[in-house]
Ligand binder design. Structure first.
Ligand SMILES: C=CC1=C(C)c2cc3[nH]c(cc4nc(cc5[nH]c(cc1n2)c(C)c5CCC(=O)O)C(CCC(=O)O)=C4C)c(C)c3C=C
Ligand SMILES: [Fe+2]
Ligand SMILES: [Fe+2]
Length: 345
C-alpha cells in the first residue's frame, strides 16, 4: 500500500472529507521538446497494449530496437515547432481548462487535471484530490468519441491507482459525448465564430479526426461510428448557415504500416487540390485541445500538402480549448455527472 493518508489512531478528527473532486484527463505529452523527453513519453504511450494491440512479446522488441531509436528525434523536431512559453500546447490548454472549470464550479468541487501518459499522472492527481478531502471524484476523459486506446485506458489507469489505496474515494467516469447536443452546438457555434474571421470564402470544410487501425473497427471499437455521427450532426448544424460549403470527414495521424481508418487527411488534402478545390478549411472536432496533431500536422504540414498540390487558400480552425463555447460545454457535461452528488442533503 502506498497510501499517503495513513494516520495515527488519535488523528481521526483531522481527516477532512465530504468534498467532490473533478479530474480532467487528456492523452499526455512530453515534458520537454527534446529527443530524450519524447523518447520517455513515447516509451510509456506506445507500451500501452490498448494503444498498440500487438502482443508485447512481438511489439516490445520492435518498439525498443526500431521505433524508440528513430521516432523521438523526428517527433521532438515537430514538438519544437509548436512549443510555447507555458510548455506543450496540450498540457498548457488542459491546465487552463481545469482552472477555468474551477472558477465556474467554485465551492461545488475541487478541479484538477491529469495526463494518461507523462505528467501529472492520473495516480498522483487522484491521490492529491483525496489528500484534499475529496471522497467522491469524477474522472472526465476529454475524448468526445470513445475508443479503447483513449477512454478505456484512462479507466484502466484509474483502476491501477485505486488498487493501491486502502481507503478509496468513490469514482465515476464521464461518458463519451460524441452526439450530445451541447457538444454539437459548441462546435457549430465556435466554427461559425472562427469562419467569420477568415479572409476567404472556403469551398470545403474537412472534419479531421485522429485515426485508428482499421482493425479496431472490425473488432468492435465504436470510435469510427462515433466520429461519423459527430461529423453528420455537425454537418447538419452548419448546413443551415453555409449551404454552399461541402463538408467531408477524414482521419489523420496514421502510424505504422497497417491500414488505418480512411479516408486519410493528408491524401485528401492533396486530392482536393488536384481536383480543383482552391479554398479549404480544416477543423478537428475530436480534439478538445490543440496539440501536436492539430498545430503541426494540420496547420503546418497540412497547409504544405494542400498548397503544394495546387490549393490557394488554407486555414485550420482552433479546437474548443478554454474558449467560452468549450468551457460552457465542459461545465455542462461535468455538472450533469455531478448532479447526483451535489444534490445530496
Ligand atoms: C500508435 C498508435 C496510436 C493510436 C492507436 C493513437 C490513437 C489516438 N491518439 C489520439 C490523440 C492524440 N494522439 C497524439 C499523439 C500521438 N499519437 C500517436 C500514436 C497513436 N495514437 C503518437 C505516436 C503520438 C505522438 C506524437 C508522434 O510521435 O507522432 C496527440 C497529441 C499529443 C501531444 O503531445 O500534443 C493526441 C491528442 C486519439 C484521440 C486516438 C484514438 C482515438
Ligand atoms: Fe494519437
Ligand atoms: Fe463506423
Amino acid at each position: 500500500m502506498t497510501d499517503t493518508t495513513a494516520h495515527r489512531p488519535d488523528d481521526h478528527r483531522d481527516i477532512r472529507h465530504g468534498r467532490i473532486g473533478v479530474l480532467l484527463v487528456n492523452l499526455g505529452t512530453p515534458d520537454e521538446p527534446t529527443t530524450k523527453s519524447v523518447r520517455r513519453y513515447l516509451a510509456e504511450f506506445l507500451s500501452d497494449p490498448r494503444v498498440v494491440e500487438i502482443p508485447p512479446i512481438i511489439w516490445q522488441p520492435i518498439l525498443r530496437a526500431i521505433i524508440l531509436n528513430t521516432r523521438p528525434k523526428q517527433s521532438a523536431h515537430a514538438y519544437q515547432q509548436v512549443w510555447t512559453k507555458e510548455g506543450s500546447p496540450l498540457a498548457a490548454i488542459t491546465r487552463r481548462q481545469a482552472r477555468a472549470l474551477q472558477t465556474r464550479l467554485g465551492e461545488d468541487a475541487r478541479v484538477d487535471y491529469a495526463m494518461r501518459y507523462g505528467n501529472p499522472s492520473i495516480g498522483r492527481q487522484l491521490q492529491a484530490l483525496k489528500d484534499e478531502g475529496c471522497d467522491r471524484i469524477l474522472v472526465a476523459p476529454l475524448y468526445p468519441q470513445y475508443s479503447g486506446a483513449t477512454t478505456a485506458t484512462v479507466v484502466d489507469s484509474v483502476g491501477d491507482a485505486l488498487r493501491t489505496m486502502r481507503w478509496q474515494p468513490a469514482t465515476r467516469t464521464m461518458p463519451p459525448y460524441h452526439d450530445d447536443p451541447a457538444y454539437i452546438e459548441a462546435l457549430a457555434r465556435d466554427a461559425a465564430r472562427q469562419m467569420a474571421t477568415l479572409d476567404f470564402d472556403p469551398e470545403v470544410l474537412l472534419l479531421s479526426f485522429h485515426g485508428m487501425p482499421e482493425r479496431t473497427l472490425l473488432l468492435g471499437d465504436p470510435y469510427h461510428c462515433q466520429c461519423r455521427k459527430t461529423a453528420r450532426l455537425l454537418g447538419e448544424a452548419l448546413a443551415q448557415d453555409y449551404p454552399r460549403l461541402r463538408i467531408d470527414t477524414t482521419f489523420q495521424s496514421r502510424f505504422g504500416r497497417a491500414k488505418w481508418l480512411e479516408p486519410y487527411t493528408d491524401d485528401t488534402l492533396a486530392a482536393e487540390a488536384k481536383t480543383g478545390t482552391k479554398r479549404l478549411v480544416v477543423a478537428a472536432p475530436g480534439f478538445t485541445a490543440d496539440c501536436l496533431e492539430t498545430l503541426e500536422e494540420l496547420e503546418i504540414r497540412g497547409r504544405e500538402q494542400f498548397l503544394e498540390a495546387g490549393g490557394e487558400r488554407y486555414a485550420t480552425l482552433s479546437c474548443l480549448n478554454d474558449g467560452a463555447a468549450g468551457m460552457d460545454l465542459i461545465e455542462s457535461l461535468v455538472r450533469r455527472e455531478l448532479s447526483g452528488w451535489l444534490g445530496r442533503g
